[in-house]
Design a protein around this ligand. Structure first.
Ligand code: DAK
Length: 258
């Protein structure tokens, strides 16, 4: 049975994780399905944004599937981990802007999945946390690294070492979310954000993301050199000429994504 649904809305695609019986927890088939969809969408040059959300009102993703992990043998756990990393790579290296629309619990692997997205907006009823230490494991899906990069070392350590859940409003204050909205507005707001991004030059959006994302893993000097190269690449595009000409001619630009 399919655990992930895909819908197109203009320049955006919505991936919905749909395993309500386990609060959308990620078992191996779901991770693989999600990766396959993400990889296919990565090839689609008409898209600008990919939204990720959970089915139902209760959960975005309540973590990796604990039942499925309980009795894993070490080699199976390794394969499980590799499947997880392949999924993260598909999201992290996406040419599109990835937006997590967090509609409920985003716990453990669920929060890690959301943190692998470029942007996160949540409904005011969402709760976020990394409860792994309470299960005798550590966050192994990027959580020990990405949370600190997003909200700073001290706050990340507090969240991760207590394993506590925090409400969306607190996550907003910490800088983990960019917006919190009433739950019936979540998809509307996420799609509006996607639409706003899609009005810009598609190549510039892709290169801006690429420059920021790759630059985070480099020393500042190298990152600035990379930024300069990406800036230069913009000047090989039709959209740079069009964007600047449209400004001079006081009209809206007609971007072509080339
Ligand atoms: N796994 C499996 N089933 C889950 C689940 C999960 N993470 N979360 C919920 N469920 C299931 C429950 O077992 C229950 O099933 P039945 O008993 O009805 O069969 C059903 O969903 C409804 O859940 P509850 O009855 O518990 O609902 P409540 O409203 O009372 O509580 C809750 C909601 C979200 C607070 C609670 O369900 C909960 O605490 N869930 C577990 C949250 C959690 O600890 N998540 C972290 C899991 S560890 C990696 C990849 C990923 C990871 C690590 C490495 N690699 C690639 C290396 C990630 C690890 C984790 O995420």
């Amino acid at each position: 049975m399919a655990n992930v649904r895909v819908e197109r809305r203009g320049k955006a695609a919505i991936l919905t994780i749909d395993r309500p019986q386990a609060l959308n927890a990620l078992d191996r088939p779901t991770m693989e399905e999600l990766r396959a969809h993400a990889e296919a969408l990565n090839q689609d040059r008409d898209l600008v944004c990919v939204l990720l959300t959970g089915a139902g009102e209760k959960a975005f993703v309540a973590g990796a599937d604990i039942r499925a992990m309980l009795d894993l043998a070490p080699l199976d756990a390794q394969a499980h981990s590799e499947a997880g990393h392949a999924l993260l790579r598909a999201l992290l290296h996406s040419p599109h802007v990835t937006i997590a629309a967090i509609n409920g619990y985003a716990l453990g692997g669920g929060l890690e999945l959301a943190m692998a997205c470029d942007l996160r907006i949540a409904s005011e009823t969402a709760q976020l946390g990394l409860p792994e230490v309470g299960l005798g494991v550590i966050p192994g899906f990027g959580g020990t690294q990405r949370l600190a990069r997003l909200i700073g070392e001290a706050r990340a350590k507090e969240l991760m070492l207590t394993g506590e859940r925090i409400p969306a409003q607190r996550a907003l204050e910490l800088g983990l979310l960019s917006k919190v909205v009433p739950k019936d507005q979540l998809m509307k707001e996420a799609l509006a954000l996607a639409e706003r991004i899609a009005q810009n030059g598609p190549v510039a959006v892709r290169l801006a993301k690429h420059s920021l994302q790759r630059g985070l893993d480099m020393p500042l000097d190298a990152a600035l050199a990379f930024e300069a190269a990406c800036f230069g690449a913009c000047f090989a595009t039709h959209d740079q000429k069009e964007g600047m000409r449209a400004f001079m001619e006081k009209r809206p630009p007609k971007f072509e994504g080339r």
